[in-house]
Ligand binder design. Structure first.
Ligand SMILES: NC(=O)c1ccc[n+]([C@@H]2O[C@H](COP(=O)([O-])OP(=O)(O)OC[C@H]3O[C@@H](n4cnc5c(N)ncnc54)[C@H](O)[C@@H]3O)[C@@H](O)[C@H]2O)c1
Length: 337
């Protein structure tokens, strides 16, 4: 349901798994239905998602519509007793995520959110590098997700773009930050922030900074991890060497100069970059495959309701901070889902 810009990628990936057949395509736009429908002549087309829900031969529905429509559509799918994969962010409030999570449990159906980067082999390698201790103590991380467009009007750049970075951050460290501060500016549309800056502080480090914008002259998809032994740049747009590692070195190798002095820092440098070979995968296909495997096995997906809940809670805290002059908002909640 929803075959605009992103939906067709989901259709293709689902079919490519060889584990599912796409039998319906749904969109409000007749033009999109005809354009995508031509590529999948075996699939029926409709502009009414209820038609799909009434079809008993449908096991699962994938939702790739604008964010503000996710909750209503996902609830209808679960109420109809079908599994559902929903694009990110799962919903526009943590209450909505709770409702969907409970409903999925009551109905015994899979609810999964498309936090695609958790299925990206190079992000998985970045997590391995951090956890292995190879980088040393992690001081801070910098996330950049910018481009010229696509400009959304239903949600701001925080909910649209930074959702990815927050889900990666939680995936890398598997714990909640202590507090979040954020600021954002609306240039193109009133009250819809096009450029957002958010900072996440964890107990005993690290600090993570996120810059997300759809109003920026260059497409950037980067994460920089600064450790006291090594530093890493992860670049999603570099198809040859997405991960580059730099050794923190002393020049010259003079042990007598203490690190923490000004001279000591002047003597620090970086080694030549090193790009470890990383087997790359098709993250969207891996995500779709995981969804289908969970349906077949009955296991909870990695990006389940709870996973979505943490990310949406962080988005809510960042929103609150943006509205309150960038005050720090603590992340504290009791998980009841
Ligand atoms: N995982 C990713 O990397 C990624 C990338 C891009 C977009 N997305 C997500 O995918 C979703 C869609 O984004 P997009 O860029 O394709 O948006 P889009 O506006 O290009 O497409 C959305 C489509 O949904 C259709 N639609 C709206 N309401 C509908 C309804 N009730 N029933 C049926 N169809 C309906 C619209 O007609 C449109 O064709 C968003 O949630 C976005 O956050 C994810």
């Amino acid at each position: 349901v929803g075959i605009g810009h992103w939906g067709p990628n989901l259709v293709r990936s689902l079919e490519n798994t060889g584990k599912a057949r796409v039998i319906w395509l749904c969109d409000l736009s007749q033009e999109r239905l005809e354009a995508v429908g031509r590529k999948y002549p075996d699939a029926r087309i409709t502009s009414d998602s209820n038609e799909i829900l009434r079809d008993k031969s449908v096991d699962a529905v994938v939702i790739s519509t604008p964010t503000v429509t996710h909750f209503k559509l996902a609830r209808e799918v679960l109420e109809a007793g079908k599994h559902v994969l929903v694009e990110k962010p799962l919903a526009t409030s943590s209450d909505q995520v709770e409702t969907l999570t409970r409903l999925a449990r009551e109905k015994g159906k899979i609810l999964m959110v498309g936090h695609i980067f958790e299925f990206n082999s190079t992000v998985i390698e970045l997590k391995r590098l951090i956890n292995s201790g190879e980088l040393g103590k992690i001081y801070y991380l910098n996330f950049e997700r910018t481009n010229m467009g696509p400009v959304r009007t239903d949600v701001n750049a925080l909910w649209d773009l930074a959702t990815h970075d927050i889900s990666i951050l939680y995936f890398l460290f598997d714990r909640d930050p202590l507090e979040i501060t954020a600021s954002g500016e609306s240039f193109l549309n009133d009250k819809i922030e096009d450029a957002v800056f958010a900072t996440f502080r964890f107990q005993e480090g690290p600090v993570a900074h996120i810059h997300a914008s759809w109003l920026f002259p260059r497409k950037v998809r980067q994460i920089t991890v600064v450790g006291d032994k090594k530093m890493v740049i992860w670049d999603d747009l570099d198809l040859n060497s997405p991960i580059k590692i730099f050794d923190v070195k002393r020049y010259p190798d003079d042990e007598k100069i203490p690190n923490e002095t000004f001279l000591g820092y002047k003597m620090l440098g970086l080694s030549e970059e090193f790009s470890p070979p990383v087997e790359q995968n098709e993250p969207l296909r891996a995500e779709c495959e995981h969804f289908l495997d969970c349906i077949l096995s009955g296991q909870f997906p990695q990006t389940d309701g709870y996973n979505a809940y943490r990310v949406v809670k962080a988005l809510e805290a960042a929103t609150k901070s943006m509205k309150n002059g960038s005050t720090a908002i603590p992340i504290g909640y009791k998980v009841s889902i």
